[in-house]
Design a protein around this ligand. Structure first.
Ligand SMILES: [Zn+2]
Length: 81
């Protein structure tokens, strides 16, 4: 199994896809939560390009971790702007 798990130590400081080896610009934010590791309110985020959005969201989805998929532009947009 060669799963595209991003390095958890790399914070999404750059808007780059979280898929392993992918350096494409991220377009999507996948917000997820692992109930075994995180409190229910906690949100971890992965970034995904168009190509990897489905792949990464499926990866999280089958585990029941996926909470939200939001356009990066919308995710970063300040409220009321
Ligand atoms: Zn990608």
């Amino acid at each position: 199994m060669n799963l595209p798990l991003p390095d958890p130590s790399s914070a999404p400081a750059t808007a780059q896809c979280s898929a392993k080896g992918c350096r494409a610009d991220a377009v999507w934010v996948l917000a997820w939560n692992n109930p075994k590791l995180h409190t229910p309110e906690r949100r971890k985020t992965w970034l995904a390009c168009e190509e990897h959005r489905e792949h990464l969201s499926q990866f999280l989805g089958v585990r029941g971790f996926l909470k939200d998929v939001v356009k990066l532009a919308d995710w970063e947009a300040p409220e009321g702007a």
